[in-house]
Design a protein around this ligand. Structure first.
Ligand SMILES: [Zn+2]
Length: 261
């Protein structure tokens, strides 16, 4: 659970996840600042501070700064931590998602009054109508589809030419993960799948997704790309793949797992 602190623990040594508009403050060596806040060259004016957890026996804090960007080169995507350390990335993911929650729940979506943070759980409560909000998490399914010796990969219209991945899509209201996987695959490339098998999950703070991963077997259908989302898709030999996501990402892990099957 996240603890809220009202005083800035400037003399407390720890790791400082300073967030501004979805980006993370990193040192010139690309590291999360560590030490006493008073001794660090963190120039952000903190609006809110939260205890996030522990890393290497040290406390980790989120320090939210919504407004001030002093030196643009210090602010990074959390993606740069993904290759450093999984636990560090997870703490950064939490920092980014909590920061977004604090930023977007200052006022009640139901009556427009000011909200305040509940002190025993991470929630925002409306002073006037009692509306309570929790941080939003958007579940997303990733599906690695194979037929003998081949995998179906697609290039999203957001990605550069030559970069392919497995299919992905958001879960809709009142839908199971498995239904979302079948529907997304049919919508995006027009093929039917079976034998869905769960692989794992990964928090993905861009801005608040939870990736869930599956493998599946191809059943029938020719590839027909959904024009708004998929630029191109094709069957690739499992031992001759184009550029795919790195192994630290869940999609990269699924692709490598299918190659070893
Ligand atoms: Zn309200």
């Amino acid at each position: 659970m996240i603890k809220h602190s009202i005083t800035l623990p400037t003399n407390q040594s720890g790791y400082w996840f300073v967030v501004n508009k979805g980006r993370l403050f990193l040192t010139d060596k690309g590291l999360v600042p560590q030490g006493k806040l008073a001794d660090l060259a963190i120039v952000a004016e903190p609006e809110q501070i939260c205890w996030l957890g522990q890393y290497q026996q040290q406390p980790c804090y989120l320090l939210v700064d919504h407004d001030q960007i002093t030196d643009d080169s210090c602010w990074h995507s959390a993606r740069s931590l993904l290759s450093q350390d999984e636990q560090l990335f997870q703490l950064a993911a939490r920092a980014l998602q909590v920061s977004l929650f604090l930023q977007t729940h200052r006022f009640c979506g139901q009556c427009g009054s000011a909200m305040h943070l509940v002190n025993w759980e991470l929630a925002a409560l409306c002073n006037k109508c009692g509306h309570r909000c929790y941080p939003r998490i958007a579940p997303c399914v990733l599906v690695g589809i194979t037929r003998p010796g081949q995998i179906l990969l697609a290039r999203s219209s957001r990605h550069k030419p030559g970069f392919f991945s497995i299919l992905a899509g958001f879960v809709e209201s009142a839908e199971t993960l498995e239904q979302a996987a079948v529907r997304e695959v049919k919508e995006e490339v027009g093929v039917d799948i079976k034998n869905l098998s769960y692989v794992g999950s990964q928090p993905w703070p861009f801005p608040h997704s939870l990736m869930t991963g599956f493998t599946a077997d191809y059943v029938r259908g020719s590839i027909v790309c959904q024009p708004n989302e998929i630029a191109e898709a094709a069957w690739f030999d499992l031992n001759d793949l184009p550029e795919v996501p790195p192994a630290e990402t869940l999609s990269g892990r699924i692709i490598r797992q299918l190659q070893q099957k």
